[in-house]
Design a protein around this ligand. Structure first.
Ligand SMILES: Cc1cc2nc3c(=O)[nH]c(=O)nc-3n(C[C@H](O)[C@H](O)[C@H](O)COP(=O)(O)O)c2cc1C
Length: 196
C-alpha cells in the first residue's frame, strides 16, 4: 500500500501547543501508513484579495506548493472564542485562492480539536468542517475528536500520551484516518481507470 503524504495544519502557533503534541501522537501512531508533515502557517501574511496574482506575498507560493504536494490534510483545530483560530482561518483562505485554484480541493482530511475545558473544541471543529464543505474537502465523519480536559500532564512535548483512555482514542482516530485516506485514494484510482 502506498504511504500517503499528509499535511498537518495546526491552528495553534503556541510553542507548547497541545494540538501540536496530538499531531505528533497521530504521526507516531500512523508512521507505517502515513507520512505526516507539519506545514508552517504562522508566517503567512493576512490574506488580501487585492494581492492575488503577481503581488502575492512570497510565503503564499511556498505554502500552496507544500499543500499541493500532499495527498491529504490533518487539521488540529484549537477553539478560540468558539471558532477556529485566526491563523488557521488565514491559512484556509490563502490556500483556497486564487479563485479556481484551491490547493485543498478533494483531498481527504480529518479534523481533531481539544481543549483544557470540557467541550473539547466542538465549536471550532464544526466551524472548520463547514469550511471544508465549501472547499470540497472530504472530511472523515467518524470518529469525531473533541478531546476535553487536556493538559501538559496527559500529553508530553514529544506526543507521548500518559492517559490511557485518551491514548486509545487518539490511536483509533489515527488509524481510522489512515483507512479514510486509503479509501479515497482507491476510489480515485478506480475512477481514473474507468472514467464515466
Ligand atoms: C484567545 C483564546 C480564546 C479561547 N477560547 C476558547 C474557547 O472558546 N473554547 C475553549 O474550549 N477553549 C478556549 N481557549 C483555550 C484553548 O482551548 C487552549 O488555550 C488550548 O490549549 C489551545 O490549544 P493549544 O494548546 O494547541 O494552543 C481559548 C484560548 C485563547 C488563547
Amino acid at each position: 500500500m502506498t504511504k500517503h503524504r499528509i499535511a498537518f495544519l495546526n491552528g495553534s502557533l503556541r510553542k507548547d501547543s497541545l494540538h501540536k503534541r496530538l499531531g505528533l501522537a497521530i504521526t507516531a501512531a500512523t508512521a507505517g501508513r502515513l507520512d505526516i508533515v507539519a506545514i508552517e502557517i504562522g508566517d503567512l501574511p493576512l490574506y488580501n484579495q487585492d494581492k492575488d496574482g503577481d503581488a502575492a506575498p512570497p510565503q503564499y507560493a511556498a505554502f500552496r506548493e507544500a499543500i499541493g504536494g500532499c495527498d491529504g490534510l490533518l487539521f488540529g483545530s484549537p477553539e478560540y472564542n468558539r471558532g477556529i483560530t485566526g491563523a488557521l482561518k488565514n491559512a484556509i483562505d490563502v490556500g483556497s485562492r486564487p479563485y479556481g485554484k484551491s490547493v485543498y480541493s478533494k483531498k481527504p482530511a480529518a479534523v481533531f480539536s481539544g481543549s483544557p475545558g470540557l467541550t473539547g473544541g466542538f465549536g471550532s471543529n464544526h466551524a472548520l468542517r463547514q469550511a471544508c464543505v465549501f472547499l470540497d474537502v472530504p472530511v472523515m465523519q467518524q470518529p469525531e475528536a473533541y478531546w476535553g480536559m487536556l493538559s501538559d500532564q496527559k500529553i508530553a512535548a514529544d506526543g507521548t500520551i500518559s492517559d490511557e483512555m485518551l491514548g486509545k482514542f487518539v490511536a483509533g482516530f489515527a488509524h481510522a484516518f489512515a483507512d479514510w485516506v486509503d479509501l479515497i485514494a482507491a476510489g480515485r484510482a478506480k475512477l481514473a481507470e474507468n472514467p464515466a
